[in-house]
Ligand binder design. Structure first.
Ligand code: BG6
Length: 483
């Protein structure tokens, strides 16, 4: 086993998103956000509830009392951030990845002046982190945007939203330039293919564009918004680093049949497309044919390609949870998959309770592939296991399964670093239990810190340390040696 591979300033920590932890959705001038409209619906447990259609949106706005909106309450980080940050510090976090709620700063997204109370909240959070020697890493937009921008512009379908985003980013860079040096633009930007509302504020039925045309046009606008934000960040905070963030969908061919391998290549391209543009600063060759085959024509302005070139990111970050198996689709043309559910089972892998295949070696493969392709530093923005924890009579949570999952993944990350891959940080997803993104449930827990709250908001919200808490503390203290 390889040891002591991590650089001594390696950034260990955890990652969260504003919409999944803050709560206080209507306090201190915050405007409604897209994430406030996602409900918990027990159903048969199979449907994701985070992409909202127009009919549902109208209904939720008219009759909010009929629905359970867990992301509106989060885990009350808004009032408990000091206690939570103290616990992160106790584990020895070097970095804390978090996002800012856009509608806390610009309630509708269209104001020209920011909401001071919103800005002041994040000042307090950053001060608290820095007092504990934890470096903040901020995602500008993590699956939420002002709802008003959806209702008025259909989100990033409209080019006008770019200017609103860049104004928001500029306000943050200026305000926090001395406190925050690490940034990311859009969380899992490639998820627009499966979740256009959550990712881009786009509702398909409100558009005249065909499905793919709409998704790729919104993508283009987000590319431009991201590139302009990167440029501003460099101008305003010269010693900053700003990255992109992709949901890495590592694909294996189901067999050695060339047609299966070809399908895997196509699926890979749909995933790489996003990082190709954001890291290399240009549209990759393989999209030309896809756009032709699907009659997709991206509307661009004269200097768009130059903006992309000018706004390449400093590093690439990714979430890694699982791998996928691909099979030839016969006569069907290649289609972007982007599915969050692995439809073809990999017989060699076990799965989480939510059916997500567990593949630590795939993590090493993905890190090597990405570094091979891009040669830029990598940051692991998310990795972790969602599980149903059981609280024992004495209040303890013995989450050995989480320790197993994380230690196996960190071990493979260590191997990748030994392979020569430049990885400069690792933040586990949800170091404290939070509201799940895809299903808005509380029972899918990722944390080292248990939060006493159920899917319906019952509970004391008290925080307690799980078994994995001390384990991660030891991982950080030994710089990844003791897993
Ligand atoms: C990523 C998101 O897709 O996966 C997070 O960036 C999300 O916001 C995480 O929480 C895990 O997904 P889920 O649905 O289990 O919360």
């Amino acid at each position: 086993m390889t040891k002591s591979q991590f650089p001594k300033d390696f950034l260990w920590g955890g990652a969260t998103a504003a919409n999944q932890i803050e709560g206080a959705f209507d306090l201190d001038g915050r405007g409604l956000a897209t994430s406030d409209m996602t409900i918990f619906d027990e159903g048969d447990g199979s449907d994701f509830t985070f992409d909202v259609g127009q009919e549902a949106l109208t209904e939720y706005l008219a009759h909010p009392e009929r629905y359970n909106f867990p992301k509106r309450r989060g885990i009350d980080f808004y009032h408990r951030y000091q206690e939570d940050i103290a616990l992160f510090a106790e584990m020895g976090f070097k970095v804390y990845r978090m996002s800012i709620s856009w509608s806390r700063i610009f309630p509708t997204g269209e104001e020209l002046e920011p909401n001071e109370k919103g800005l002041a909240f994040y000042d307090k959070v950053f001060d608290e982190l820095l007092a504990h020697d934890i470096q903040p890493l901020v995602t500008l937009s993590h699956f939420d945007m002002p709802l008003h921008l959806v209702q008025t512009y259909n989100g990033f379908e409209s080019r006008e939203v770019i200017a609103h985003f860049v104004r928001y980013a500029e306000v943050l860079f200026k305000r926090y330039q001395h406190k925050v040096k690490l940034w990311m633009t859009f969380n899992e930007i490639n998820m627009v293919l499966t979740s256009p509302y959550t990712c881009s504020g786009v509702i398909s039925e409100n558009s005249e564009l065909s499905d793919y045309q709409l998704k790729y046009q919104a993508t283009h606008h987000q590319f431009i918004a991201s590139a302009l934000a990167v440029k501003k960040c460099h101008e305003i905070i010269p010693d900053s680093r700003i990255g992109s963030m992709m949901c890495r969908l590592e694909n294996y061919a189901e067999s050695t049949k060339p047609a299966d391998v070809l399908q895997t290549l196509h699926e890979d391209h749909f995933n790489y497309f996003y990082s190709d543009v954001q890291v290399k600063g240009e549209y990759p060759y393989y999209m030309t044919r896809f756009f032709q085959d699907y009659n997709i024509e991206i509307k661009m302005e004269a200097d768009d390609l130059a903006i992309l070139k000018d706004g390449v990111v400093d590093y690439l970050s990714l979430s890694y949870y699982m791998t996928y198996v691909m099979r030839d689709r016969g006569e069907e043309k290649p289609q972007p998959n982007g599915s969050l559910i692995a439809t073809i089972k990999n017989q060699h892998l076990a799965s989480s309770e939510w059916g997500w295949p567990i593949d630590p070696v795939g993590f090493r493969i993905t890190l090597n592939r990405l570094y091979d392709r891009y040669g830029v530093p990598l940051f692991i923005a998310e990795n972790g296991l969602g599980a149903k924890d059981v609280v024992a009579a004495d209040g303890s949570v013995n989450d050995d399964y989480r320790i197993d999952y994380l230690s196996q993944h960190i071990e493979q990350m260590r191997e990748a670093v030994a392979d020569g891959v430049d990885v400069f940080g690792y933040t586990t997803w949800g170091p404290i239990d939070l509201i799940s993104s895809s299903k808005s449930e509380m029972s899918k827990r990722y944390g080292f810190i248990y939060v006493d709250q159920d899917d319906y908001g019952n509970g004391t919200l008290a925080r307690s340390r799980k078994k994995s808490f001390d384990w991660y503390k030891q991982v950080i203290a030994s710089n990844g040696d003791q897993l």
